[in-house]
Each structure stands twice: as C-alpha cells, then as structure tokens.
Write a protein that binds this ligand. Structure first.
Ligand code: GRF
Length: 208
C-alpha cells in the first residue's frame, strides 16, 4: 500500500499525539505522521514531536487577520505535503469551511464523552457533575460545530461513586489512546467512509 500521510492538530499536552507516534513506531499503525499543527508555541506536544523527529507547523492565530487566513496557510502546507487525513487531538479551535471543504470526510476528532452528550471543553467533568454512571470517548468526523459531526466509534467506561476527576481523566486517556490509533488505521485501510453525513464502517470497531 502507498504511504498514507496524516497531520495531527493539537494545542496541549499531546498524550494522544504520543500514542499515535508510539503505535506507528510499534508497527501497529501504518501511517506516516507528516506534520504536527499547533496553535500554541508553549504546548508540550511540540517537544514530543521534536523528539520523534516530526515536522511542526506552529502558528499564532493573532498574527493573521482572520481564521480564513491562517486556515488557508494550513491548507497550503497540507496540500504541499500530500496529507490524506487530518487528525484533531486536543486542538482547541473550531474549523471553518476553508479547511473543511477541501478535506471533506477526511477530518476526525476525539472527544472525552459519549457524544452527543457533553460536548465542549470539559466533557468529562460535565458528565461527572451531571451524575451519569457511564461515560466514554468518541471519535467523530468533524463539521463546523462544536463536537457535532457524525460518530465513527465509541468506547465506554463506568463512573463509580468513589472516582475522582483525576482518576477518571487517567482512565479516559487510556481509552482514547487505544481507540484513536485503531480508528486511524481503519481510515487508512479505507474501511471508514463518510457518505451524506452517514458513517459507513466496513467492520465493527465501536465495541469494547
Ligand atoms: C483529549 O481528552 C481529547 O479527547 C480532547 O482533548 C484532550 C487532548 O489530550 N479533544 P492530549 O493533549 O492528547 O493529552
């Protein structure tokens, strides 16, 4: 199979980015991580990319006149590098049509709740405070809304009385680190397709 190039978008610590890198190194994920795209020059994920020898495109949104302008710059970079899939992993910005139109059906995100419940910045904390007994993580196609695109796969976990946010965050990261590389590999194999806002999965990968 020919090389399948991905770009990871992240703004923070980059534990999901690292999980993807690790699986590529282990040979269980057959993609080339072409680029990390980051909107925060102090983010820890940048160091992780540098250590792994992955190119980084860091930009300051404030240095551009508009979102359209910086997204156009990103698209230029992605096109030059022949990137096939955009993988959002803790990228704290909504995408506009400048990025979404040319990459229709080729942008995915991971979110720490069972969408459509608890979208937004604090998915896990919101679920905990609401008092739900089960939560989990979701990988979905990205549209221009907040965590609102068609769902690809989910993994679940229990919330127990004695659980703290710190403990649940740790468990959530473990779930995410398993699920995300798995979904990326399925995308790479052409098994996950978006058609008319419906996700078509060749093989069930959504179970636990
Ligand atoms: C993850 O919980 C992911 O679900 C959310 O942002 C967080 C990123 O964490 N979208 P990390 O930077 O990968 O550790």
């Amino acid at each position: 199979m020919s090389t399948f190039r991905i770009a990871v978008f992240a703004s923070g610590d980059g534990s999901n980015f690292q999980a993807i890198v690790d699986q590529v190194h282990a040979g269980t994920l057959d993609v080339h991580i072409e680029l990390l795209i980051c909107d925060n020059k102090t983010a820890k994920v940048i160091q992780k990319a540098e250590e792994a020898g992955i190119d980084v495109f860091v930009f300051d949104p404030k240095a551009y006149e508009s979102k359209q302008q910086y997204e156009a710059h990103i698209v230029e970079e992605l096109k030059e590098r022949n990137v096939a899939l955009l993988v959002l992993a803790g990228y704290m910005r909504l995408l506009s049509s400048t990025l979404l139109t040319p990459y229709q059906g080729r942008v995915i995100n991971i979110h720490p709740s069972l969408l459509p419940a608890f979208p937004g910045k604090n998915g896990l904390q919101d679920a905990m405070e609401y008092g739900v007994k089960v939560t989990g993580c979701t990988v979905h196609f990205v549209d221009d809304g907040m965590d609102s695109g068609p769902v690809i796969a989910q993994r679940v976990m229990d919330i127990k009385e004695e659980d703290t946010l710190a403990l649940l965050s740790q468990k959530m990261k473990q779930l995410e680190h398993q699920l995300y590389p798995e979904v990326i590999q399925q995308c790479r194999e052409g098994r996950i397709i978006l058609k008319d806002r419906r996700v078509i999965v060749a093989k069930d990968i959504g179970g636990n």
